[in-house]
Ligand binder design. Sequence first.
Ligand SMILES: Cc1cc2nc3c(=O)[nH]c(=O)nc-3n(C[C@H](O)[C@H](O)[C@H](O)COP(=O)(O)OP(=O)(O)OC[C@H]3O[C@@H](n4cnc5c(N)ncnc54)[C@H](O)[C@@H]3O)c2cc1C
Length: 289
Amino acid sequence: MYLPDFEYYAPDSLKEACNILAQYGSRAKVIAGGTDVLPKMKQDIIAPEVLLSLKNLSQLTDIFYEKGNGTIIGSRATHNDLVNSPVLQEKYLSICEAAHHMANNQVRNRGTVGGNIVNAVPSADLPPILIALGAIVKLVGTGGERTVPLEEFFNGPGNTVIKQDEILTEIILPDQPFTGSTYMKFGLRRSGALAVVGVAAAVVMDGDICKDARIVLGAVAPVPIRAKKAEELLKGKSVTDGFLEEVGVCAAGESKPISDIRGSAEYRRDMVQVFTKRALKKAIQEGHC
Ligand SMILES: Cc1cc2nc3c(=O)[nH]c(=O)nc-3n(C[C@H](O)[C@H](O)[C@H](O)COP(=O)(O)OP(=O)(O)OC[C@H]3O[C@@H](n4cnc5c(N)ncnc54)[C@H](O)[C@@H]3O)c2cc1C
């Protein structure tokens, strides 16, 4: 399996990058880590005439905290950059853990958070925890920049609101009062497996009382979805083991899974129930984001 011929650009500025994307339109494709783009080209699934690499836009790899704006993750940060980031280890350990359980070390060294998002694969691991933590994405194009809540970014499998000439530059996590968060993935193997079900939870606890919660389900709908009825059920309640069971049942009812080679719809629904309870329990008990 050889790569087909293509033209290659690696501009030094975002402006130049967006201009190239605008010039070539749908004949061009952004490449970041290439862990998705290159296998698809080798398998003849896609055949872009132009690859636009982000590799010289080094500012897109930064992960930092900015008072007033929150935590900023550059879209070109790799999964291992997330795992090893001191800022994320201090503020959002749940993101480090989610990244750590993805793929294998080679893919974690190349694959980027931006690629994981723009790919818009329903089983992707990072969108659920980022949505649970209220992430906003920054998109830069020839017409300027705009921000979109990550929750509103996905239209369907492989389909997002990003325009042809836009590049996802940053993921912004505004400060929130969460007391704990986690992402739990159920795959068919312990490592290197895609999610059959992924559940992210972020909670605001006051003693035993859950003041606020976000539950995001991955791999059980065309896009990552919030289990809003389950979130409402939790709010203002004293949390017990039996009650979390009930919340899990509610979240399972909100999922819209399909049957495929990795599991039946019915099995996935059952796993949503189990993993929602586990994820909430971990987010509540461990008390770190
Ligand atoms: C062996 C293997 C195991 C994997 N395991 C997992 C796993 O466990 N969990 C998981 O979620 N995924 C997994 N993946 C999928 C993939 O590695 C990830 O989704 C990865 O994060 C993609 O990032 P990338 O930088 O390599 O993307 P690329 O291949 O470079 O790009 C992917 C898509 O995003 C676009 N794009 C990339 N960056 C930008 C940007 N900044 N702005 C606009 N468009 C952009 C590209 O044009 C392309 O359409 C796996 C892949 C492989 C090969």
